[in-house]
Design a protein around this ligand. Sequence first.
Ligand code: SF4
Ligand code: SF4
Length: 419
Amino acid sequence: MNWRSVYEFNNRKHPFIPVLFHSMACNHCEEAPCMTNCPSKAFLRDEHTNAVLVNPDKCIGCKYCAWACPYDAPKYNPKSGIIEKCNLCIERIRGDGIPACARCCPTGSLDYGLPDEFTVRQTITGFGDYGLGPKVYFADKDMDRRMPEMVVDDQFKYDPAGLSDSVEMPTSRIDLKSEWSLAVFTFLVPFLTGLFAGISLASIIFPWELFVAFGIMAIFVGSLHTGKKFRSFRSVVNFRNSWLSRETLSFILFFATAVYTLISGSVYLWLVITTLVFGLLASFSIDMVYNLKSRTETGLFHSSNAMLSVLLFTGIFLKAGYPVVFILALKLFLYTYRKIRFYHEGKDPRWLLSIFRLVPGMIFPALHWLTDPSVSWILILTSVIAGEITDRCEFYLELEFKNPENELYSYFKKIRETA
Ligand code: SF4
Ligand code: SF4
């Protein structure tokens, strides 16, 4: 595994924009979001060096730290099923040495020492300031080392439009193929919460065995995302700090109380309400899991927001017409707004998928519920489920990291816009 990545910007060497290289591993941040958000408390800080380390025996391979770190430092090792990262060569440092990267760098671009030993300059292109207190500093340029000088051929005609070919847009590291299990899990949680509300408050006929099967399926597919499945139980350990831990814990509590209520036929309202609160908390946690400083898109103002989905399914199972239409209208607004924004930003709005999401998924159920009570409730439910699954899949298709590569690309875009 390469714990250090070297990012190259302007690899086609366009003469009017700088050629930059970024060599980056872990920055051992003061406010390390990898550590705070790790659900299994696998991170620790070395008390002598302040290095941020991973305990391989506690990591469950959920990759959430890689999502939380905007510097792309935690690397998932598919062979071991856990995260690995730069450990600041603490063994060398303890022995009065310096990290291997600083020792080996042939151009002396990497150095190790105390901050006041360097002329410190923390802001640099492609090194985003997220307020995390990274402990890697960039020294001022050594002007004597800017050789050889580049001479631009004056026959070359500068065409700002040509810049578009000079820097490649980074491809997103997240795709539906790798995240499908999360898409299924995050759809099932709001659906099951709404279904439970319908069964216990509106006497919807639904076999409890099927409910249990759906719940087990949610737990099973959720655990597929981790590299160490038999250690997945550790994902609830950090419930005080990590929304991922809270998501798992509240869903387990929801499922346990729901199954007890359904099998025992309990009629206690307090138990039903407690179960629904756990379900709501699980959905709220799903949204918060994606609401990190280091993310470009969050789950909060998205049409597939899990809290909105819980309310939608609850409304449908309780057959509450106007609230359902209101939530569908809100989702429709959020969805259309996002697609128009994508169009203006030059991203692919996926028009065909959008039509499927909008017409059968939102407009059809809303209009029919308002105007045509004879339309089958099952048909409306099926349309909404199809629309919600589509939206959830799109959520994962559209997620983007903030990482050095994307930061460099944004820098390029700014140059191009002002050219
Ligand atoms: S660089 Fe990333 S992995 Fe390293 S401490 Fe900072 S947030 Fe954590
Ligand atoms: S348990 Fe998850 S968040 Fe924690 S170190 Fe392992 S992969 Fe990263």
